[in-house]
Design a protein around this ligand. Sequence first.
Ligand SMILES: [Zn+2]
Length: 216
Amino acid sequence: MRNVVLMGPPGSGKGTQASRLSESFGLEHVSTGEILRAAVRGHSELGLKVESILAAGELVPDDLMMVLIRETLATVSVGGAGWLLDGFPRTKPQAEGLVEVLEDLGIEAPTVVEIVVPDEEIVERLSGRLTCDKASHVTAKGDAKEGDPCPECDGALYIRADDTPETVRNRLNVFRAKTEPAKAELARNWPVVQVNGLGRPADVTQRIAGVLEAEH
Ligand SMILES: [Zn+2]
């Protein structure tokens, strides 16, 4: 099995890379967003709890998230080629929980891949990006301008008020303050490989694929 924990700040292209890598290596793409949506769809007791938390606009607490991650990883670790975890862990307690769950279930240790992009590049990428007014689809600036139709639905594109350089910098600082301890915790247990996230998405995919192939 090949198990991967993919980390990277907002604007690092992590979501895109997660999809591409899962597809090319035949890995189960495990994203926290999808886990939560699946829980809600399942209408279990846990699902109803998640639904009410999300409806209130609150964050799903670590212990509840851990239960869902455990269930999911237990399922996807049977038989398949492996999995790629995207968007988790984001905090130190989550990282500790993840290490414990894998040990507990006897699941093969993952390779942690961190996509590294300098802050200034992220600010450049995210500030002034275009969001669609219907379904929040996001389009990179340069590909379109305000008022253009959304490429994915029939909405119109606009620049969100909080996508300014200053707010992007703030979001990044908050993200790093939380995830650095998580990364340190993973690094105490598993190999962490940093990959340069600059350049074309296809080049970044190749770099990460090279790392994953070298690890096996
Ligand atoms: Zn749209």
